[in-house]
Write a protein that binds this ligand. Structure first.
Ligand SMILES: [Zn+2]
Length: 444
């Protein structure tokens, strides 16, 4: 996620980086005062004049389509600072109701990102509950704009009513504190996907950047996946190791999905999905939702810049780490602000579209979507830096000759198909939430 962690991960190859993670970084949308928008300005590339006819068509498609983003980390300031989604986001955040409307967004998955700190210090499940509450509060505050949603039918209903569907996904399987009953409680509260790990390996699944402890999924990890299938909770393989991903593909009865990952063939980082696994995800009927974070889009260009910045900010970062060592949330916020004040030069948006193209070529048009990671990752390509800019993606896809039907698949229909299949599998396995669910818990 954060380039700083990426380099630390390289430097300490094989070592756990969880303990030094200060949180995920946020970017400063305000750093791009000439940001393209649906109101005017150039949609994608400041150097090229906009094709007005194509732009009009892009906006029309955006208006009609169901547009879904499957990963947004604005939930963290919502939970920490009671950040309200109305009005202009305070630096460094970039998500608001207004911007979601400008982007033509139909459904947002609010990420319940649980820092690894809570594994060491306790309280991971409580932190998850606090974050769930922040999503409920946002919906209660803005009943005319947001609708609490837990199903495909809810998302389509919200679209008809002109509201944005608000859904939730857990990021980091350590949130369930090794308890299948706790997993079920989160489902009951409305959580509809769980990323099996974050960057930290947990007690039952190996992470892409974590220690390789379980050779993928442990026996309990396999039970977690089966229980998620039974409940109708999507199995998210962003962040996990390749072996964990492969195990999940072997075990899951429902299609596998990556909520915010890009293509490793174009940007060689462990967080991206390699071609063989892209193909297996497609074979499962699943979908990979492309992440906009610049390092995941083009590590060759961005990682050296990012390393240079990390070196430049090292002393300031160390001071933040020291000052807030007992308060991971505040430490994360301050780190985000520091990075936001020092943005990297943005990539052209075409680099991001290349990932969509690549996944289409390798996995097929039915297996790619959008999981931007707004307010979870810092630097993003020009014209894709906040949720209001999503029509630029549609415009760029039109420029490359994608049909309206194919664009609508990418914007949301592919994800809806996967979600509907997970619902169908769940119905075929069980009639009740408790059902014959295992009460298994494991100790650390
Ligand atoms: Zn993430």
């Amino acid at each position: 996620m954060n380039p700083r962690y990426f380099f630390i991960a390289i430097a300490t190859a094989g070592l756990l980086i969880a303990s030094i993670s200060t949180g995920k970084s946020k970017a400063d949308a305000a750093a791009w005062p000439n940001k393209p928008s649906t109101q005017g300005g150039s949609p994608s590339d400041m150097r090229q004049p906009r094709d007005e006819k194509l732009w009009k068509r892009a906006l029309e498609i955006q208006r009609k389509a169901i547009v879904i983003d499957t990963h947004n980390d604005v939930t963290t300031p919502m939970a920490n600072d009671d950040y309200d989604l109305s009005g202009t986001p305070p630096t460094p955040y970039r998500t608001s109701i207004e911007r979601m409307k400008q982007g033509g967004l139909s459904a947002e998955f609010f990420s319940l990102y649980i820092k690894p700190w809570y594994v060491e210090h306790g309280g991971a499940a409580r932190r998850t509950l606090d974050m769930i509450d922040s999503v409920y509060r946002a919906v209660e505050r803005h009943p005319n704009d947001l609708m609490f949603a837990t199903s495909v039918a809810d998302i389509r209903r919200a679209k008809k009513q002109g509201k944005i569907a608000a859904l939730m996904g857990i990021e980091g399987g350590h949130a369930i504190e090794n308890s299948l009953p706790t997993l079920r409680e989160f489902y009951r509260l409305g959580v509809r996907y769980m990323t099996l790990t974050w960057n930290n390996t947990n007690d039952w699944a190996d992470a892409g950047r974590g220690e390789k402890k379980h050779n993928g999924l442990s026996d309990f990890g396999k039970e977690v996946v089966r229980e998620m299938n039974r409940l109708g909770m999507l199995v998210d393989v962003s962040h996990v190791s390749d072996k964990t991903m492969s195990d999940a593909l072997d075990i899951s009865k429902a299609p596998i999905f990556a909520s915010h990952s890009s293509a490793r063939a174009l940007s060689n980082v462990p967080r991206n999905v390699p071609d063989d696994l892209l193909q297996r995800i497609a074979k499962s009927g699943g979908v990979v939702q492309v992440n906009f974070y610049s390092v995941f889009v083009d590590t060759n260009t961005v990682s050296p810049q990012s390393a240079e910045r990390d070196a430049r900010l090292k002393a300031q970062q160390a001071a933040i780490d020291e000052k807030y060592k007992g308060d991971p949330e505040r430490r994360g916020e301050e780190s985000d602000k520091l990075e936001a004040a020092n943005p990297l030069p943005p990539l052209p948006i075409s680099k991001l579209i290349d990932h969509i193209d690549h996944i289409v070529k390798v996995a097929g048009i039915d297996h790619v979507g959008l999981g931007a990671d707004f307010d979870g990752a810092n630097d993003m390509p020009e014209g894709a830096q906040d949720v209001s800019m999503l029509p630029n993606i549609t415009y760029e896809l039109l420029k490359r000759g994608y049909s309206e039907q194919d664009i609508r698949k990418i914007l949301g229909e592919n994800f809806l198909r996967v979600f509907a299949e997970a619902e169908r599998v769940s119905r075929s396995m069980s009639k009740t939430i408790s059902g014959d669910g295992s009460v298994r818990r494991i100790d650390r």
